[in-house]
Design a protein around this ligand. Structure first.
Ligand SMILES: NC(=O)c1ccc[n+]([C@@H]2O[C@H](COP(=O)([O-])OP(=O)(O)OC[C@H]3O[C@@H](n4cnc5c(N)ncnc54)[C@H](OP(=O)(O)O)[C@@H]3O)[C@@H](O)[C@H]2O)c1
Length: 386
């Protein structure tokens, strides 16, 4: 039986890597639905190549273009909120959640509530919805498989071991393109410098998050929700080669690590075929060529986003929603050249200081907090000229 899959965010970096694997293994996967925000041409191309049944575009202005591009293909073009939820919770049993940002939250929740297996790349959805999502997954019998390379590594390191024996999780971080830069140099860094990640090829938002190290902060919160450990038992370790993707330390002193080339097709393949394994086109790890693996402590002075994310998690309230929304807006403003690199963390910190967000008891409350922060931060950013 082929696995019936949907890919939310099919035209992005993770979506494209997922399609690469699906097309390599046509005997194993049947594509049901694909989605994108605005890129109708790429979406139609993916839908035609894979024989998808449904293609959903978020931007309604692009619907006519998508429908025309898919004419005669047998793939239905659609747009709108309900169509997105259909892509997430319709006929597919396995869903790749690869939309970027909190925009992915509602589709992910629809898949969770429908009891699907969700390969979760869209970390912002889990960061904002936290226990609401993991509790809903338990109730609905949904399975959440981590795709982020660090969490996928931890998932693999935990397999076959008693979770009671876990002492701590060690999330590795490359340190990003500014690992060795001074704070003064980083303050005036340009978008093209921040986008130039030394090891990974990724979408723009996560690349900027890697440069500020907010990505690792979001991953800390993600790890807490996925694996149920307190912030105090999740360490961050800078490892510039990105060969060890994360580790689990057990109470007996054993440390289990997962290694691989820095290629997202490896963790995606793991989630795609789980509990089996499939081949990928990723480069095989050559440890003799790499020769040295090095480690450093993270620097929260130069990378304040790490401190902000840990504090947001420890607040036990809705601070992670505020942190995420303010960060999404600040990153977009930086990419538009409206603010300096150093302003990103300052904007996030100010939003947290100025917002008292209670712990949400429903997804509607998460969306309310997210929208009110976007409104407030958006207003202060709109006065800046691009
Ligand atoms: N890239 C990586 O290597 C990597 C690794 C680990 C985790 N992740 C996580 O995976 C997620 C996706 O990252 P990415 O790098 O693949 O992002 P990306 O390249 O920017 O792709 C984002 C995808 O989401 C769609 N999209 C964007 N905004 C949307 C909206 N408002 N509503 C619906 N769809 C929307 C885009 O469609 P269009 O193409 O039409 O804009 C695209 O298909 C992020 O949460 C990221 O943190 C990524």
């Amino acid at each position: 039986m082929k696995r019936r899959i949907s890919i939310l965010g099919a035209t992005g970096s993770v979506g494209t890597s997922t399609l690469d694997l699906v097309e390599r293994h046509p005997d194993r996967f049947e594509v049901i639905a694909l989605t994108a925000a605005t890129n109708a041409a790429a979406l139609a191309d993916c839908a035609r190549r894979t024989g998808a049944k449904l293609a959903v575009i978020t931007d309604e202005r692009k619907f006519d273009e998508l429908r025309d591009l898919l004419a005669g293909s047998g793939c239905r073009a659609a747009t709108g909120h309900d169509a997105m939820l259909e892509a997430a919770a319709g006929d597919a049993e396995w869903v790749m959640a690869a939309i970027v940002g909190c925009a992915g939250l509602e589709p992910v929740m629809a898949a969770v509530e429908a009891g699907r297996t969700i390969a979760l790349a869209n970390k912002e959805a889990l960061v904002t919805a936290g226990w609401l999502m993991t509790d809903a997954a338990k109730r609905a019998g949904a399975t959440i498989l981590p795709v982020d390379s660090e969490h996928n590594a931890i998932f693999q390191c935990l397999a076959g071991n008693s979770h009671d024996g876990v002492a701590k999780l060690i999330l590795t971080a490359s340190g990003g393109p500014f690992r060795t830069w001074t704070k003064a140099d980083m303050d005036v860094a340009r978008p093209e410098q921040a986008l130039a990640h030394p090891n990974w090829s990724m979408g723009a938002k996560i690349s900027i998050d890697s440069a500020t190290m907010m990505n690792k902060g979001l991953e800390l919160i993600e790890a807490h929700h996925l694996f149920g450990l307190s912030s105090a038992r999740i360490d961050i370790l800078v490892h510039p080669q990105s060969v060890i993707h994360s580790m689990v330390e057990y109470v007996d002193g054993s440390v289990i690590a997962q290694l691989g080339s820095p290629d997202m097709r490896i963790p995606i393949a793991h989630a795609l075929a789980w509990p089996e394994r499939i081949t990928t086109r990723a480069e095989t790890l050559d440890l003799i060529k790499i020769a040295t693996l090095s480690f450093e402590p993270p620097d929260e002075q130069r990378f304040p986003s790490l401190r902000l994310a840990r504090a947001a998690l420890e607040s036990g309230k809705g601070e992670a929603i505020v942190l995420n929304a303010a960060n999404e807006l600040a990153v977009a403003a930086f990419l538009d050249r409206r603010i300096a690199f150093g302003d990103i963390a300052r904007i996030v910190e100010r939003a947290i200081e100025e917002t008292d967000a209670p712990a949400p008891s429903s997804i509607a409350e998460v969306i309310d907090i997210d929208q009110s922060v976007r409104h407030k931060v958006g207003e202060s950013l709109s006065s800046l000229v691009a």
